[in-house]
Design a binder for this molecule. Structure first.
Ligand code: NDP
Length: 330
C-alpha cells in the first residue's frame, strides 16, 4: 500500500480506501461486509468511509458492529462520517434533522459515534453545501467538535471551490480550524471539479481529496455495455436516478476504447480506471466500493498497475476520453 498526506495535514491515508455506500446495511450480508473490511485492512487500507445517510444509518451500525468484533487497534485506521442529508434523507427528515447548522451537525456527530461505537471520528464531512446556514455557523461548529475531541479533521463533499474558500476565510478570520479535505466524484468520466475547479486550492489552502466513485458506479468496468446485468447497482430500483446520469451512449463508446487499451496492457478495465485516478497527485485517496470480495481483491491491485500507466498509455487514454477539462485562459 502507498500512503499519502491528506492535503496539507499530517494525516497519512492509504492511497486506496474503502467505502460502504449502497452495500453496507443494505445490499450485502454481515459475512460479506466482514470479509470486505478484513480484505481491505489486510491489504493496508487504513481509511473506512461512511455517512449518516448510507442505508438510513444502518451502514454505520454494521461497520460499527464489525469494528467492535474485529477489535483492530483504534489507532490503526481512519474512520469517517458525513452529515447534511439526515438519516432519512432530505425529503423525509424534519427541518431540525438535516443541514450544516449547529444543531444537526452536532447531533449527527453524536449519533454517528453511537452507531459506529467509537469515541471520535477521524474525518467528519459536511456531505453537501447548505444554502440555508451561514458558513460562519458551520465552521464554528466543526471547530468546536474538534475542540471537544469528537472529531479530528473536518471537510466537505461536493462543495464548490468558492464555498471551500469561504470556509477557509472564516476560519482564518476567527483563528479556527478550517476544512482539510473535500470528497468529490472523480473518475475518467467526471473530471471537472478535481482537475479544473479546485486547481488553485491545492496550492492556496493545501486541499486534500478523498475521491468517490472511481468506476462511475460500475460503468467503468464495462459491465453495462451489453445492458444492465442482474443484481448490478444501476439495475436496482432505488438507483434509477443515478442510472439516468451514468448509463449514457457516449460513456459506453469511451468504455469500448478504454477496454482495448487495458487489454493491450494486460490490465482489467476497472483496475486501469482506478489506477488512472491515482496518477493525479491531487488525489489523496481513491475510495473503493465493492459488493463482493472478488471485486475488492481485483480493485486493490490498482497500485500494482501504476507502472503500466506510462506517458504513452496516458496519452492513449486521453485520446479515447476526449474530455480533459480546459482551465479558463489566464
Ligand atoms: P465505484 O464507482 O467504484 O462503484 C462501486 C460499485 O461498482 C460496486 O459496489 C459494484 O457494484 C461495482 N464494482 C466495483 N468493482 C467492480 C469490479 N471489479 N467488477 C465489476 N463490478 C464492480 O465506487 P462507489 O460509487 O461505491 O463509491 C465508493 C465510495 O465513495 C462509497 O462507498 C462512499 O464511501 C463514497 N461515496 C461518496 C459520495 C459522496 O457524496 N461523498 C457519493 C458516492 C460515493 P455492483 O456489484 O452492485 O454492480
Amino acid at each position: 500500500m502507498e500512503y499519502r498526506n491528506l492535503g496539507r495535514s499530517g494525516l497519512r491515508v492509504s492511497a486506496l480506501s474503502f467505502g460502504s455506500w449502497i452495500t453496507f446495511g443494505n445490499q450485502i450480508q454481515q459475512d460479506t461486509a466482514r470479509d470486505l473490511m478484513v480484505t481491505a485492512y489486510e491489504a493496508g487500507v487504513n481509511f473506512f468511509d461512511n455517512s449518516e445517510a448510507y442505508a438510513e444509518g444502518r451502514s454505520e451500525e454494521q461497520m460499527g458492529q464489525l469494528l467492535k468484533e474485529l477489535a483492530w487497534p483504534r489507532d490503526s485506521y481512519i474512520l469517517s462520517s458525513k452529515a447534511f442529508f439526515g438519516v432519512k434523507g432530505l425529503k423525509d427528515s424534519l427541518p431540525t434533522q438535516k443541514g450544516n447548522n449547529r444543531k444537526h451537525l452536532t447531533e449527527a456527530c453524536h449519533q454517528a459515534l453511537r452507531r459506529l461505537q467509537t469515541d471520535y471520528l477521524d474525518l467528519y464531512y459536511c456531505h453537501r453545501p447548505d444554502k440555508h446556514t451561514p458558513i460562519e455557523e458551520t465552521v464554528w461548529t466543526m471547530h468546536n467538535l474538534i475542540q471537544q475531541g469528537k472529531v479530528l479533521y473536518w471537510g466537505t463533499s461536493e462543495w464548490s471551490a468558492q464555498e471551500i474558500m469561504e470556509a477557509h476565510l472564516v476560519a482564518r478570520q476567527h483563528h479556527l480550524i478550517g476544512p482539510v479535505m473535500e470528497q468529490p466524484q472523480y473518475n475518467m468520466l467526471f473530471r471537472e471539479k478535481v482537475e479544473n475547479e479546485f486547481r488553485r486550492l491545492y496550492h492556496t489552502v493545501g486541499l486534500g481529496t478523498t475521491v468517490w466513485s472511481p468506476l462511475a458506479s460500475g460503468v467503468l468496468t464495462g459491465k453495462y455495455n451489453q445492458g444492465v446485468p442482474e443484481n448490478a447497482r444501476l439495475g436496482r430500483s432505488e438507483m434509477q436516478w443515478l442510472a439516468k446520469n451514468n448509463l449514457r451512449e457516449d460513456f459506453f463508446e469511451r468504455v469500448r476504447g478504454l477496454q482495448k487499451i487495458a487489454d493491450e496492457r494486460g490490465l482489467s478495465l476497472p483496475v486501469m480506471a482506478i489506477a488512472w485516478t491515482l496518477k493525479n497527485p491531487h488525489v489523496s485517496t481513491t475510495i473503493l466500493g465493492a459488493s463482493s470480495v472478488a471485486q475488492l481483491k481485483e480493485n486493490l491491485t490498482a497500485l500494482e498497475a501504476l507502472p503500466k500507466l506510462d506517458e504513452a498509455t496516458l496519452r492513449a487514454i486521453e485520446k479515447v476520453l476526449d474530455n480533459k477539462p480546459v482551465p479558463p485562459p489566464f
